[in-house]
Design a protein around this ligand. Structure first.
Ligand SMILES: [Zn+2]
Length: 215
């Protein structure tokens, strides 16, 4: 079975990468890596990052290190070799996030992205923000509109953050459900994983056993 990454939902992609089924028949290498930027966000050199995919390669936007995806789902690097397969990379990422202890001060976001935003439970008229910058801090999620208006979702009162289709998350906060949708390269998984890690830190756990995604 083979996969064209950019046609799958995030949950389907996670499961294909996590159990080693992600392979490609695309001999032309045109779309082999597309979609993987939504799943692989921890760089082997610089930690939490953002990957850019083109044809059959993933490149870290911070340090520029590049991995080429072979049709088998194995990886090839220009310098050295770190992970033999996508699955090994994913396992490293999970372990990295499970034990991560972010900056406690809460003044700098851990991650941040431009998204569109909806309060799924509100009547149309009550929807206040349409576009904004979503930021995850160690104790809260914040959506900030271009006019400076912000809404805070304290992690303490957030029940759940889960993947929604491709490039989206649903946030369950109080009685409401809020949906954040990013662009085609938006990595929703990092918000879900980090939310569960931050919740586990709040419970005093050294490592998170569950990062919010069924594989
Ligand atoms: Zn890097």
């Amino acid at each position: 079975m083979s996969f064209i990454g950019h046609k799958l939902t995030d949950a389907e992609l996670v499961s294909a990468v996590a159990d080693g089924r992600f392979t490609s028949d695309d001999k032309s290498r045109r779309a082999r890596a597309l979609g993987l930027e939504r799943i692989l966000y921890v760089c082997r050199e610089c930690g939490i990052s953002r990957h850019i995919t083109r044809a059959d390669t993933l490149r870290c936007s911070i340090c520029g290190c590049t991995a080429k995806i072979l049709p088998s789902g194995e990886l090839e690097y220009t310098e050295g070799a770190k992970f033999a397969t996508l699955r090994k990379w994913y396992e490293y990422q999970k372990e990295f996030i499970s034990t991560l202890t972010p900056d406690e001060s809460g003044s700098t976001p851990i991650i941040s992205d431009t998204v569109s935003f909806d309060d799924v439970t509100a009547k149309k008229k009550a929807r206040i923000l349409r576009k904004g910058t979503l930021s995850l801090f160690s104790d809260r999620l914040v959506i900030a509109a271009p006019n400076g208006e912000t809404i805070d979702f304290s992690l303490k009162d957030t029940e759940d953050v889960c993947l929604s289709g491709a490039c989206g998350i649903n946030v369950y906060y109080g009685e409401g459900v809020y949906q954040f949708l990013g662009g085609r390269d938006f990595c929703a998984l990092k918000y879900v994983n980090l939310f569960f890690r931050l919740k586990s830190i709040a419970r005093g756990e050294e490592r998170a056993e569950y990062l919010g995604v069924q594989e």
